[in-house]
Design a protein around this ligand. Structure first.
Ligand code: TXA
Ligand code: MG
Length: 339
């Protein structure tokens, strides 16, 4: 990785732990203008992206940014991702954007790739958790791009779920987690990627993948014609790298197909997410997962949310293939099943 970065110390005003509950509006996809108005008022709107729904606040309004941390129960030193409509808007938030980043943006933006740059001095340290770097991406969803363009500035947006919980891939998942804590969610349908963006640190000589996602190491290296790093472990202060994250309400266990075949016959009141053929005993509900990696990613969180709603005592999930293109799935599952 690049040179050690100075960490800025910031004072973040305390949030009232219990905010007044508010009526969360469910907007439909024709109500982009209403979403823009709410954002301009400094309130939060959960927006659809191709990865997961994001909890957006006007990034030029520090009060709005503070509300994001309060609504999620997120520690203030865990940085947010800035969402912009294109690379042209990136200069408003970041400096020293390297040529390699332009190549990646040309190929993958709008899309599930977040890049980390040095931040503009004018970008609030509340967004970056006090770091002197900033994470940027252009999300590939027409409704959200329209809202960002109309707002005329970027939106800071983490995934629209309570801290450490499973990310939402439908508007109803957002409501389950954040209803009464945010002004609105706008329904843009089901997220087509289904897990969070790839995060690449572009501040050093070699790009470093901090979080795997749909844009793989091989895809990035192919565009750059150069090697990128993907270390196994990172600084745990960074939110996405916490050992416990993405957790469903129901305890999740990862098992081999052979172990599941046994459990399927002996356990009850459990759910099994599997792709091998299994015979389910009474009281065991099977959820067939796709074997295609993209389809699996799209189904993963949606299935966890669905099972949560059934109230079973545990979820057992068949370990996916141990192949490099599945590294993002393994990353999320390890954290979602950690105790
Ligand atoms: O697909 C996504 O990335 C979704 C959608 C809404 O865009 N967003 C998302 O945000 O997953 P969140 O807050 O759940 O995860 C953001 C990750 C965190 O792990 C955070 O630590 C990392 O981005 N991050 C943000 N700024 C960073 C920085 N300056 N340096 C290192 N990591 C950073
Ligand atoms: Mg998140």
């Amino acid at each position: 990785m690049g040179p050690t970065r100075p960490v800025i110390t910031i004072a973040i005003p305390c949030q009232k732990p219990d905010q007044e509950p508010m009526q969360t509006r469910l907007l439909n996809s024709t109500e982009a203008d209403a979403a823009v108005t709410i954002l301009r008022q400094g309130e939060l709107v959960a927006l659809p992206t191709e990865t997961v729904y994001g909890l957006a606040g006007d990034a030029s309004n520090e009060k709005a940014i503070q509300k994001i941390f309060a609504a999620k129960g997120r520690p203030p030193d865990h940085p947010l991702i800035m969402h912009v409509h294109s690379m042209e808007a990136a200069g408003e938030w970041a400096v020293d954007i390297p040529a390699q980043a332009m190549l990646l943006a040309d190929k993958f933006w709008p899309g599930p790739l977040t890049m980390i740059f040095r931040k503009q001095p004018s970008a609030s340290p509340l967004i970056t958790g006090g770091l002197d770097t900033i994470a940027l991406r252009a999300p590939d969803h027409p409704l959200t791009l329209e809202i960002i363009r109309k707002l005329g500035t970027g939106v800071a947006a983490p995934s629209a779920n309570a801290h450490k919980k499973t990310s939402p891939t439908r508007a109803e998942h957002v409501l389950k987690s954040l209803s009464g804590r945010i002004a609105a969610v706008i329904d843009g349908g089901e997220c087509k990627v289904g897990i969070e963006s790839t995060i690449v640190d572009m501040t050093g000589d070699t790009p470093v993948i901090l979080r795997p996602g749909a844009i793989t190491k091989a895809m990035i290296e192919d565009v750059l014609g150069a090697a990128v790093a993907q270390p196994a472990g990172h600084d745990e202060k960074v939110a996405g790298n916490m050992p416990v994250h993405y957790q469903p309400e129901t305890t999740l266990h990862i098992r081999s197909g052979a172990q599941l075949a046994e459990l399927a016959g002996s356990e009850s009141n459990i759910a099994i997410m599997h792709y091998s053929d299994l015979v389910m005993g009474a009281g065991v509900t099977g959820y067939r997962m796709p074997t295609d990696k993209s389809a699996y990613a799209r189904a993963l969180y949606a299935t966890l949310h669905r099972i949560d709603a059934t109230g079973v005592k545990a979820i057992y999930l068949e370990a996916p293939p141990d192949a490099p293109e599945w590294s993002d799935i393994h990353d999320r599952l390890a954290k979602a099943s950690a105790s």
